[in-house]
Design a protein around this ligand. Sequence first.
Ligand code: PLP
Length: 416
Amino acid sequence: MDALDVETVRKDFPILERQVHGRPLVYLDSAATSQKPQAVLDAMDRYYEQSNANVHRGVHALAEEATEAYENARGKVARFIRADPRGVVFTKNATEAFNVLAYSLAANRLGDGDILLSTQMEHHANLVPWQLVQPRAGFEIRYIPVIALGPDAGTLDLDAFDEIVATGRVKLFTVTAMSNVVGTINPVADLAARVRAANSEAVVVVDGAQSVPHLPTDLLALEADFLCFSGHKMLGPTGIGVLAGKPELLDDMPPFLGGGEMIANVTLEGTTFNEVPYKFEAGTPPIAEAVGLGAAVDYLSALGMESVRAHEVALLEHVLPALNSVEGVTVHGPTDPSGRGAAVSFAVEGLHPHDIGTIMDREGVAVRAGHHCAKPLVRLLGSAATTRASFYVYNSVDEVQALIDAIEATKRFFVR
Ligand code: PLP
């Protein structure tokens, strides 16, 4: 495993050359969306300049090239997460992937007496879709609590988990692999195995929106049936996400959206459906975005996901003690870098996160302030909002110092 050469990596990201409010940009909001390397921008431009056509339809040269580019991207994504390409469905984003599962899987597979088990740590994308179908389907939704205080703060309450699983009624278990608020890395494979041991019919869904960009991913080793993630958080473009799953389960599910591409035959009396994954890709898909995501996967693979993770652990080893040494700062979530990712939420005594974010922006430091679309978790942290700094392949140790300096400047601003 090679360490990342951050200065070289940074040169691949044109946006990092710009200034904000007359200062060099320090971008610490990659958990919301990552920046894009030149290779991704070029791949999308090249596609539009050279090969643009609709896919799976034409017999002309451009249509064939576009189809090949789109299907190549599917193959790259499948290899990146070690999944069967027939089970890699391109969606609009992770949110849409969860909606497919709520409407096509949960609404049909679960009913009275079944439990859909989720956690208090989830992003709204992995909460709201299930809540929308629950009244019709009649299953019960239970949540594993998150421990609020003490050495295990920010981790799942596994005693509560065991108690619910022991009912044998958990038919669908959904969990984030990495929290977008407190960074916690959950022991997904272990939890999945325990759920399956109690109910062999249970299906396991993993939210990989924060983990796939930052950790090596192996769908088989995760013991998951489905994995949902977004391209834009992993150096790819917006407008594309992935629902990766077992082809035989996808086969059994009714389609989510109807229209062109997803059909085998249509008469005025009815429709038969295309095979997976096409059954879940109604209409013209995000072709250029798939090409961009393929280029992002190539870029990350060239860096090596082990190296990406090692780089972020090294940054955490700087950022956690540095934040803790600032008077009045409380860092949320696991304290050991080995148990967490590089999305770091913190509070500054006496200051509102939105004020912190605004003043830090004037210092050129882009952080996120708010509920991070995870209101139940942020509420548990005792607030309506947190400030979150999140790091990625292009962030340097110097930028950790810039973060600390900006927090100090913010504190000075408010005590003037
Ligand atoms: N899950 C997690 C953990 C996230 O952090 C996010 C986005 O912040 C999502 C799901 C939803 O991703 P998107 O908005 O791209 O659909």
